[in-house]
Design a protein around this ligand. Structure first.
Ligand code: PMP
Length: 395
């Protein structure tokens, strides 16, 4: 039976990581996968995480299963981090999930089973896995424009016009709360208000992917979209990930928060989310959620985390600035200052597929085909090699 099965295409981003590993050139640079790296090019374990793990090692008494929804303390703190006091906790149906991807998948299953016929709208471009996750769950996807023709700013009117013209009541619109992946371009507060208004007037449900909380401007500032949505929507969903902001990539920790219009609806939705969890992975892994709950629940560890998060955010911002300055000093003739308006780990560099190919084959510099670069992969020691190579590729 297996012999007739054709080989699947490799994941476009993880496939490049394999090629990078196999590349023997010492000066190779990996700007592909969205993982934070420090000035030495390492993905460190945060100090606050190590401290929480030491506490857990001493205090944990069991490895017994968690409830289907996960650790209650984690869910309370995760809800508070993403939503603050924007909505009462009793109106939030929450489940702990294996990463942000797990949250999106549980949301997709919930939509497929309970809101039949709803389609999920994703931005063009978006994180490629969005479409796969929703379609695997059995939800049809549609796309709305996001990036303007000059590839440097948000095409708000294109986005709103498409959703207004082609969106249906009951459709779901996937939005990136901050640090849009892959463009790094986020709506302003005013633009968020316009998006919220259009979706409310068309009876569409916002589904907010919150994978980079704290990587944009700050923990409170990055909630601007959720804040504006909550002013005009009684119901919306948030998929939080703690992979980036806590550096807990491989622990797989995330949360799905479904904001409902009544306490009773929240109880019903919660029961449905648990059905999806049960048939997917039964109950979530404990360790990552316990780490996040320990940190957020301790004023000391929380302030240490906020400092470490600010340092990661600051380093990315500094590298973005130095990259723009570095490119200017090559006199390549291309003005990269638009990158300074972008936020988070990613930027759309404007490099085309041919230039990306040349950089990989000739210089061992790995960038995804769309020209998206992981700014966190830039370090003080690889910066000048990178800017010189890009200047050569674009000249
Ligand atoms: N959404 C977006 C926009 C992402 O970029 C990512 C991670 N690359 C995820 C969700 C998934 O996050 P996690 O690794 O926590 O599953």
């Amino acid at each position: 039976m297996f012999e007739s099965i054709a080989l699947a295409a490799p994941d476009p981003i993880l496939g490049l990581t394999d090629a990078f590993r196999a590349d023997a050139r010492p000066e190779k640079i990996n700007l592909t996968i969205g993982v934070y790296r420090d000035a030495e090019g390492q993905t460190p374990i945060l100090e606050c995480v190590k401290a929480a793990e030491r506490l857990l090692l001493e205090s944990e008494k069991t490895k017994g299963y968690l409830g289907i929804e996960g650790l209650p303390e984690f869910l309370r703190l995760a809800s508070d981090l993403a939503l603050g006091d924007l909505v009462p906790a009793s109106r939030v149906a929450a489940v702990q999930t294996p990463g942000g991807t797990g949250a999106l998948k549980v949301a997709g299953d919930f939509l497929a089973a309970n809101l039949r016929g709803s389609r999920v709208w994703t931005s063009t471009p978006t994180w490629p896995n969005h479409t796969s996750v929703f379609e695997t769950a059995g939800v049809a996807t549609e796309s709305y424009p996001y990036l303007s023709a000059d590839r440097k700013s948000l095409d708000l009117s294109g986005m709103l016009e498409t959703l207004e013209r082609d969106g249906r009541i009951g459709d779901v619109v996937c939005l990136h709360a901050c640090c849009h992946n892959p463009t790094g371009i986020d709506p302003t507060r005013q633009q968020w208000a316009e998006i919220a208004e259009l979706l409310a007037s068309r009876g569409m449900l916002p589904l907010i992917d919150f994978a980079y909380h704290g990587f944009g401007e700050g923990l409170l500032e990055d909630r601007v979209g959720i804040q504006e949505i909550s002013k005009q929507h009684q119901e919306f969903m948030v998929c939080s990930s703690y992979s980036k902001n806590f550096g807990l990539y491989s622990e797989r920790v995330g949360a799905l928060l479904s904001v409902c219009s009544t306490d009773q609806a929240a109880t019903h939705v919660s029961s449905r989310l648990k059905q999806s969890v049960r048939s997917n992975y039964s109950n979530p892994p404990r360790h990552g959620g316990a780490i996040v709950a320990t940190i957020l629940g301790s004023s000391e560890l929380r302030s240490q985390w906020e400092q470490e998060l600010a340092a990661m955010r600051g380093r990315i911002h500094e590298m973005r600035t130095r990259f723009v300055e570095g490119m200017a000093s090559t006199n390549c003739g291309v003005d990269y200052s638009f990158l300074l308006d972008q936020r988070g780990m990613f930027s759309f560099s404007g490099l085309n597929a041919m230039q990306v190919d040349w950089l990989r084959s000739e210089r061992g510099i790995y960038i995804v085909g769309s020209g998206r670069i992981n700014v966190a992969g830039i370090t003080p020691s690889n910066l000048s090699i990178l800017t010189a190579a890009i200047a050569e590729a674009t000249s």
